[in-house]
Design a protein around this ligand. Structure first.
Ligand code: SF4
Length: 175
């Protein structure tokens, strides 16, 4: 066999390895194949580093970013626990924040993101209203930090309080 054939075989082997790695990443994400077809995705890519938007003052790292054949980027957040009837507001805002982080870090504005719960996936459109809701929430968080005034408790979960950044100054903490 001449060198050209060895080279072709090597390229095929590399392509097979890349395909296997891509399939493994997709499987690890827990997202079923049919959903990927729906999203028109042909490439899965773990975000290698924490994304930062200094102007908005936010950092984050989506579980996955999908890239469509058209080159659009789509953040995907994988959630464990109960599957809700509709995505939680906090999860929608988290996904919207990833949309803004992708926009500032990659110069592309995602049109939507995907929330993957154990039993169902939800598409979350990045509407101006959702973006405004996120910016408003960020402003409220900053105001509470400035005034050292934690939010009123809206739950009875001590585990949540134990991992909360307001714990030191919160009179309503549990546990
Ligand atoms: S410590 Fe608990 S009650 Fe207080 S802000 Fe945090 S999560 Fe809410």
């Amino acid at each position: 066999m001449n060198n050209a054939w060895w080279f072709v075989l090597l390229l095929l082997a590399v392509a097979a390895v890349l395909l296997l790695l891509s399939l493994r990443e997709r499987k690890k994400s827990g997202l079923p194949g049919a959903r990927v077809v729906y999203a028109d995705s042909d490439l899965w890519q773990r975000v290698p580093e924490t994304l930062l938007d200094a102007q908005l003052g936010i950092v984050g790292k989506p579980d996955y970013v999908m890239k469509t054949r058209q080159g659009d980027l789509i953040p995907v957040e994988v959630k464990t626990g109960n599957t809700p009837e509709a995505p939680y507001d906090s999860h929608r805002l988290q996904l919207m924040a990833y949309g803004l982080l992708i926009r500032s870090n990659y110069g592309k504005t995602p049109l939507y993101g995907l929330l993957h719960y154990p039993e169902k996936d939800f598409r979350v459109d990045f509407t101006p209203a959702l973006e405004a809701q996120l910016l408003n929430t960020l402003e409220n968080i900053r105001r509470m930090e400035r005034e050292r005034q934690p939010p009123a408790r809206s739950h009875a979960m001590s585990a949540r309080c134990r991992g909360c950044g307001y714990r030191r100054i919160c009179d309503e903490k549990l546990g």
